[in-house]
Ligand binder design. Structure first.
Ligand code: ADP
Length: 491
């Protein structure tokens, strides 16, 4: 198949979270399976300098955006056999310090930036000599594409490709003042308040438009696919999602083990594997030194790498750690986000010197080193569409402690589910006390070497490779073209 993917983030060119990893890995897996994948993404600041192999394409966009007409240029990169990346170059929109925000404030023109980007995606889908069989868009930033394609069909685009929307996080919907709708140049009926379309309580909702108009919808884990059709997790869109339930499936994200591995990883101090675990001890000692913590192998080391956001359970994590840090344990954090949580963790570090260390900012190398050096990884999310860090932790032999929600529930096996096959520790209730109890269980597990080793081995052997699951997306693409065919899913 020819698949055109569109994403506002793409690893290694740009990344704020799991979206970037997922789209990059999926595109690679599709190409690897013999398909032709092309990805469209914005040309953000620094990409050309970091990737000098980018070539300018003889292609100019000149597209209507409300009453204006906006120009952009195009660059491309052949990333692998069967995989090409297109970069939309509009310096005014994309040559900035951040992707969506700066100094904790969203850019005021995000609607304009991503409506324009979505229009560029459609322009490529329509006019490239290479014809996509499906256009696969991701999250709100490109979720207007299905509606825009439908409109172009109504205006005479003979047979446009079907569209697939993946929801990576329903909590981010791209909601803007109603005036922003004019940027789409869509007829007013797409904004009609009949429950289906871009209108959302008098505002423009980009993700809602995608859910309404995409031929097929996926989200990033089976449990999250069920959760988002409920009022509790539906973020106001559960009614529409229930209406589209027949075209909605959850496909657990895979992991790119080419990036996230412990045997050939330039970020790690020493390689290790399930058969040669001595290297993990070296990584732990180095991490403790890096964070100025006592390099004691017998003290269990807990870690977190996360956006510091409410979704990630940062409030209960602060509470649980405050309760548990009188026990023998250490904790390290790498995160960025809310200043309020940054203050909370700084406070914790001040209270427990020699036990807690924190770094704020974004650091890819340190993320790998934390995954490799810790004994346990904390991920107590309030909700979690898929989550990648718990799967990286599994491969790195770092036992995940997760809340049983979304993809966390789908990817970790708890002791109580199956003691022989357990890969981690799960808890259900969203409270600091519940998480503290899970940490207490971890301390017991750590003290029982045989059980701990067994759990670690299970974790490291768990396989979430894309090769195993890419066919689920190919099935979804078939569904886009023939929405009535029943779909068989394997996870
Ligand atoms: P989300 O997409 O909701 O942020 P995921 O667990 O799906 O959560 O993916 C997060 C990705 O971002 C992982 O690859 C993780 O290592 C990375 N990440 C998050 N925060 C940081 C940070 N401060 N520095 C480096 N990598 C980070």
């Amino acid at each position: 198949m020819n698949i055109l993917l569109a994403s506002s983030e793409l690893f290694p060119f740009s990344k704020t979270g799991g979206l970037a990893d997922m789209v990059a890995a999926l595109a690679r897996a599709l190409a690897h399976a013999g398909h032709e994948a092309r990805v469209v993404t914005p040309l953000y600041r620094g990409i050309r300098e970091k990737f000098p192999a980018l070539r300018k394409v003889d292609w100019y966009f000149d597209l209507p955006l409300g009453l204006k007409s906006v120009q952009a240029e195009l660059w491309e990169l052949d990333a692998a056999r069967g995989l090409k990346i297109y970069f939309v170059d509009h310096p005014g929109y994309f040559n900035r310090a951040g992707i969506y925000l700066e100094n904790h404030f969203n850019y005021a023109d995000n609607a304009e930036r991503f409506v324009f980007f979505s229009k560029c995606v459609i322009h490529l889908a329509r006019y490239l000599p290479w014809r996509p069989d499906v256009v696969h868009v991701h999250d709100w930033q490109t979720a207007l594409v299905p509606a825009l394609i439908l409109q172009q069909k109504n205006e005479g685009w003979g047979s446009p490709p079907p569209t697939c929307l993946t929801i990576h996080n329903l909590a981010y919907q791209g909601v803007f003042p109603a005036e922003a709708f004019a940027l789409t140049n869509l007829p007013a009926d797409y904004f009609a308040p009949d429950g289906v379309g871009a209108e959302f309580f008098g505002l423009l909702n980009c993700l809602k438009a995608g859910i309404a108009y995409a031929d097929f919808i996926t989200t990033v884990s089976p449990r999250y696919a069920r959760e988002i059709t409920t009022e509790e997790f539906g973020c106001g869109l559960d009614g529409l999602l229930r209406r589209r339930q027949k075209q909605l499936v959850g496909i657990l994200n895979g992991v790119d083990y080419g990036e996230w591995n412990t045997t050939k990883n330039p970020h790690l101090v020493q390689a290790y594997s399930v058969g040669r675990l001595a290297g993990k001890k070296v990584n732990k000692a180095e991490l403790q030194k890096y964070f100025n913590l006592p390099a004691d192998p017998a003290t269990p080391l807990f870690g977190t790498i996360s956006r510091l956001a409410e979704q990630k359970g940062m409030d209960i994590q602060l509470g649980a750690l405050a309760e548990m840090l009188n026990s023998r344990l250490q904790f390290v954090l790498l995160g960025s986000g809310s200043p309020e949580y940054e203050r909370g963790y700084l406070e914790l570090a001040r209270h427990f010197p020699g036990k807690v260390a924190v770094r704020f900012g974004y650091d890819e190398t340190l993320a790998h080193r934390i995954e490799a050096g810790c004994d346990f990884f904390l991920m107590p999310s309030r909700f979690e569409p898929c989550g990648l860090n718990q799967m990286y932790s599994l491969r790195y032999g770092t036992i995940p402690i997760v809340r049983a929600t979304g993809g966390l529930d789908d990817s970790v096996i708890d002791w109580t589910q199956n003691p022989r096959l357990a890969t981690g520790i799960k808890f259900s209730e969203y409270t600091a006390r519940s998480l503290a109890k899970a940490i207490r269980k971890a301390l017991v597990l750590f003290s029982q070497t045989k059980l701990f080793d067994n759990c670690r081995r299970n974790a490291m052997r768990a396989d979430f490779s894309w090769e195993k699951t890419v066919h689920n997306y190919l099935d979804a693409y078939q569904q886009c073209a023939n929405p009535k065919k029943p779909q068989k899913l394997t996870v």
